[in-house]
Design a protein around this ligand. Sequence first.
Ligand SMILES: [Zn+2]
Length: 212
Amino acid sequence: MNLDPGVLCFQHCQSKVFCFNLPETCPVCSQDLEKEPLQLPPFRLPYPFVRASQSPCSLVIKPTRGDFLHDYRNNNDLHIGVTNSECIVYEYDHEGLHTDYTSSWSQCLAVPIIHDHRGELDPVWREYWDFTLHTTAQQEHWTEERYDEHNFNCYSFILEYLKALRPPKLNVLDLTKTAVCSQLIVPYTSTAAKYISLYRKIVKQKIVIVEK
Ligand SMILES: [Zn+2]
């Protein structure tokens, strides 16, 4: 199942129009779009979410409850996990550390950490990623008893993992939850937030006109 709602963008006269289905007439000037040339032909906006099962060696993020398009409110509601090279999600929550819910990560943001600028994975790093993930996950403290929503949670696992991994281009010495959020996560959630807000407006009003 494809979860992309297919947001379309086009422009006939002075404003860009966003919608799910192309209207017959321009919502700005009411001219017949069948006969009128468009300044900007319709294109589909890039869908910002991916399936974890297609995102190897990445941090993966999704709302703690529900999904991004319908339930996301702000960065405080996010749950974070990490995929191995075979796209299995490792996550720490009130059930302890587990790897059996990968299929529930069908609409998430994936943050590549060791991919190069072309999105490729170096084989040596990929192997080290899995090895370090396995070793970190083997630690005995990732239990459901020790889990604490505020002080010992999914971020604690990610922080310990990244500190053990020491990936290039990331200073892990003083790495905190705040630094992980601002450096790695916010660039992705802010793009996603724009898409989500547009999506919700189109659901409500069918057509969104954005003035220049
Ligand atoms: Zn028009």
